[in-house]
Structures are given as C-alpha cells and as structure tokens.
Design a protein around this ligand. Sequence first.
Ligand SMILES: Cc1cc2nc3c(=O)[nH]c(=O)nc-3n(C[C@H](O)[C@H](O)[C@H](O)COP(=O)(O)OP(=O)(O)OC[C@H]3O[C@@H](n4cnc5c(N)ncnc54)[C@H](O)[C@@H]3O)c2cc1C
Length: 388
Amino acid sequence: MRMKLTPDEASFRTHMRDFFQEQIPREVRERAAAGESREPEDIVEVQRILHAHGYAVPNWPTAWGGCDWSPVQEHIFLDEMHLAHVPEPLTFNVDMIGPVLCAFGSPEQKERFLPGTANLDLWWCQGFSEPDAGSDLASLRTSAVKDGDAFVVNGQKAWTTLAQHADWMFALVRTDPDAPKRQQGISFLLIDMTSPGITVRPVRLLDGSVEVNEVFFSDVRVPAENLVGELNRGWTYAKFLLGNERTRVARVGVTKNRLSLAKRLAAGAPSGAGTLLDNPLLRARIAELENELVALELTLFRATSGEADQTAIASILKLRGSELQERTTELIADLAGPAGLAASGHHDDVPAWAQRSIRSYLTHRKVGIYGGSSEVQRMIIAQTLIGR
Ligand SMILES: Cc1cc2nc3c(=O)[nH]c(=O)nc-3n(C[C@H](O)[C@H](O)[C@H](O)COP(=O)(O)OP(=O)(O)OC[C@H]3O[C@@H](n4cnc5c(N)ncnc54)[C@H](O)[C@@H]3O)c2cc1C
C-alpha cells in the first residue's frame, strides 16, 4: 500500500489549502473554529463559493458538476476543508440526495433538482428514521398510498436534522405493507416541505441547541413524478446513500484540529513547576489519541486505495471516527475542569473555549448514534469480516 503523496497529490494539497484560506471569508472560518457552529447562512455562503469554483460537489459525476478526482484527492479536499475550519457543505445535498439522483433519478428529476441542490438553492433533509424505526430502519411505517397521480403520505419521521430550514425532504415510505420481506415494500419519495399537511416540531438536544425535529404527515399529497427509481425499490437506494454517509463522518481533519487545540491549551496551563502538558498521564492520553487518529487516517487511505473490504470499511470509519470525536471532546472538557461548568456564555472571566467545552462534549455524544449507532456498526463489521 502506498501512503506517501505523489508530487501531484502534494501540490493538490497546497492548492486546496491556499484556496480555503483565500476564498472562504475569515469570519466564517473563525465562527466555525470558535463554536463549531452550523449557522445556515454560513453553510449556504460556503457552498455557493465552492460551487462558483467548481468544488461544491466533487463526488458527483462530471456531467453534474463533479471533479473526477481520485479518492485520495477527495480525501485531501475534505481534510484541508476541515483543517481550515470551513463549514462543510450540506451533507444531505452533497453526499446523500445528489448522488442518489445522479445514480437513480429520472432525467426530469436530475434537471429539476441537481443544479439547485449543488448550489444550495434547495435545502434537503433526510426523512428515514421514525419513532420505532432507527437501527431497525426496515420497520418504518410512514405510508404512501397511490391516489390518481399522487401518493398520499401519512405518518411521522423522527430526528430529522435541520428540517426547520429544509425546502425538500427525501423520505423512505412504505408503499407495500404486504411485501414478503419488509425491505421490499419501501419506496424513496421527494417531498416538498411546503406541502399542506406537514408539521415540523423541534426537539431540543443535550447541549440546548435545536437541530433535530419530528416531522408529521397528515394526508400529504406528493406527485407521483417525485418517486425516485422504481416503486418498492427504495431500500436499494437507501443502502447506497447510507454507505456514503458513513464514509464521510470519519472527520479526521476535525479531530486533528481538536487534538492540536488540546495540546495548545495544556501547554498554556501552568501546573506545578511546568504546564499540564508535562503531566505524564495527560501526555499518554494525548499520544494514544494521536496514534489512533493516525491509524484512522491510514484506514481511510486503505479504503481509498480499494484494498479493503468496502462493505466493512464504511462501518469501520464511522465507528472509529465517531469514537475519536467523542473522546477528544471529552479531553477538552477535562482540560476545562470546573471552568467548563460556566456554560452560559456570560462569564467574562472564563475563556470562551472552556465555556463551550461541556456543550461540545454533550453534543458529540450524538455522533455514535446518527448514521447508524456504534453497536450496529460493530455488528456489521463482525458479520462482514468474521461472518458472525
Ligand atoms: C443528533 C441526531 C441526528 C439525526 N439525524 C437524522 C436525520 O437527519 N434523519 C434521519 O432519518 N435520522 C436521523 N437520526 C436518527 C439516527 O439515525 C437514529 O437515532 C439511529 O439510527 C438509532 O436509532 P434509534 O434512535 O431509533 O435507536 P434504537 O435503534 O432504538 O437503538 C437504541 C439503542 O439500542 C442499540 N441497538 C439497537 N439495535 C441493536 C442491535 N441489533 N444490537 C446491538 N445494539 C442495538 C443502539 O445502538 C442504541 O444504543 C439522527 C439521530 C441523532 C441522535
């Protein structure tokens, strides 16, 4: 396996590093670096700048704005984006519905949705999970019944991230309740969020933010032309989409940034005759995290080189990437100590990073749940690699 970048890849890295520094406004990057914020305006602004330079949807086919990059280039692009603290383009658009429409959408759907999806003129949300259908997604019950030239949708979606900003939802719905296998009775629908009969109810998360929602459907009419692919084949398209989602959540660059921050903070915190960074236990903890992060990045390179089992690799990246995000936010909260309890943002005597540390720790518990929980990823890895 080749780990060293070729001269072309190294110059591509330099190009992307300069691009993010020069083209993405400093305030946007500073806001993201400070609060790890997901301000909708910042996400829209960044995605449109990327789109103007041809970088919004590098993973799509070139006919629809993709860059035809190698997997290594795609990794470098993401890594540099994270290292520069650039808010990521909207994953629901770029990594989820866009690739699904490119692969399975009708020509009319591609023309109608792909340009606005790439430029974030259309904000999408993901309507998969339901109150009794998360890990066991195939048990979803939201129904879509054909009525003339439309489907009538009834039911409820849960945990729908950023649905409060969404123009459209891509949703899994049950179209054949009598199918011999539950997976065979599911279809993939595009639903206009302004349709009569839709109610969005916010859910407050552990850190106090409102990012996820419940979405209710009451006799919502969805034109039949908004069915993606074939009726009752939605499970196939969903599996394609979830593979992309899991690969993207490794977020190696974000964790690199957080570990650098931890080292800077520890080096600046007096302790005994030196600083906290001289503490052997803390040094060992940071070294262990750094080693595991290097291992994750090497695994990512193995994934991109095509050497690893592609079914298992998405789950391995999701699992290890989530764990490292959880453990590094815990490290920062530990460095803050009691100062982290001043989480209100109104304590001038407590540094801002310390005030944010507990909120960040709390909100990062979610990364081991969304996109498939860590337990479920372990099961997939075991089944795929050791057949149990
Ligand atoms: C912050 C956040 C954002 C989200 N955003 C979205 C979104 O935008 N769109 C969307 O569709 N969904 C979204 N989700 C939903 C997410 O995909 C589900 O929460 C996830 O799949 C787990 O499902 P569940 O919550 O129903 O938990 P359950 O499936 O009920 O699981 C509960 C617990 O049991 C464990 N468990 C379940 N099955 C097994 C098993 N077979 N073996 C071992 N352990 C098991 C799980 O690991 C978990 O710890 C989001 C979730 C969160 C937390």
